[in-house]
Design a protein around this ligand. Structure first.
Ligand code: SF4
Ligand SMILES: [Zn+2]
Ligand SMILES: [Zn+2]
Length: 303
């Protein structure tokens, strides 16, 4: 099997792109796909400072390395969620890599910021684990971006994450979520950073192979709180469909992006943003969901 690009021995098949690639050409392919995604959606310009959320997993570690290779102005941020060994090991990977590369990294500890780590936070709310954890991460990331003048926050969400999310949103017909599901979420308010996902065309397997070919360290542990996450079921369902009919997952997600604007975004109601009466961050209610979790007594007093 020869590499379609350079005719050396190929190591990997990419049926969707009708090619077989050697290690070096595969790495270049992933880097090029990332660059194309950034350009296609005007995610950020070369001189724009980007705040990259680095969990320590394969996706964010690969994106960190690629954005540096592409010459982007990246500042990484790791949020220590306090989920036992999983968080300790993830943080170590990110910190050690930053030290070895001499790349900037800020670590935020959820417990220091809120008084509670994520397992403790779950006792304060009825939200499922990933919903509460996601909300806390998004809030802290946005607050840090705002305070430190980063107009853009990038994350390592990939095609499998987005396809699973899409399936979940369709199964429950969450029109509002569907309208907002995109590789780029523009800033709707002066206190909201733009959110971008440069890996939206790349699969779990492609990124794992990239990280391994590039000798990147990453934490491969599964979050113990994810056991009951619906997104894992959706990923399994899509993997089954993909096995029966290769290409289904790509078609499902990438075609949705083509029709999303016509079908869902045009029906999107304009929701006016208020500012949270406690923290001042944008919200559609009187108080934001973050403050409702961590400051419920104060909320009752205000009522
Ligand atoms: S799997 Fe869920 S709980 Fe665990 S880190 Fe991810 S979002 Fe948080
Ligand atoms: Zn090659
Ligand atoms: Zn608030």
């Amino acid at each position: 099997m020869k590499c379609t690009a350079c005719k050396k021995e190929a190591l990997i098949k990419l049926p969707r792109h009708n090619s077989t690639l050697c290690q070096e050409c595969f790495q270049k392919f992933i880097q090029k796909q990332t660059l194309l995604a950034i350009k296609r959606y005007h995610m950020f310009a070369k001189d724009e400072p980007v705040l990259l959320a680095v969990s320590g997993g394969k996706d964010s570690m690969s994106l960190w390395q690629i954005l540096h290779l592409l010459g982007d102005q990246v500042h990484a941020i790791h949020i220590d969620l306090g989920i036992g060994d999983f968080s300790r090991n993830s943080r170590l990977v990110a910190e050690e890599f930053a030290r070895n590369q001499n790349w900037p990294l800020t670590v935020i500890d959820v417990k220091m910021e809120t008084g509670y780590n994520i397992p403790e936070t779950l006792k304060l709310t009825h939200r499922p684990a990933c919903s509460a954890c996601g909300l806390v991460k998004r809030y802290l990331l946005n607050r840090y971006a705002l305070a430190n003048h980063f107009p853009v926050v990038a994350t390592g969400h990939n095609l499998d994450d987005e396809a699973a999310n899409l399936l979940g949103n369709i199964l429950r017909w969450r029109e509002d979520y569907l309208a907002h599901q995109s590789p780029i979420l523009p800033s709707f308010h002066a206190k909201l950073a733009k959110k971008v996902k440069p890996f939206y065309t790349l699969t779990d397997d492609e990124i794992r192979t990239y990280a391994q070919f590039s000798d990147l360290p990453f934490c491969d542990e599964i979050c113990p709180l994810s056991q009951r996450a619906k997104s894992l079921d959706y990923k399994k369902a899509l993997a089954l469909l993909e096995k029966q009919s290769p290409g289904t997952k790509h078609y499902f997600w990438l075609t949705f992006l083509e029709i999303n604007e016509r079908i869902f975004q045009s029906h999107r109601p304009a929701v006016p943003f208020l500012e949270c009466t406690r923290c001042g961050m944008p919200t559609t209610q009187e108080r934001c969901a973050f403050c409702n979790i961590f400051y419920p007594i104060e909320q009752k007093e205000n009522l």
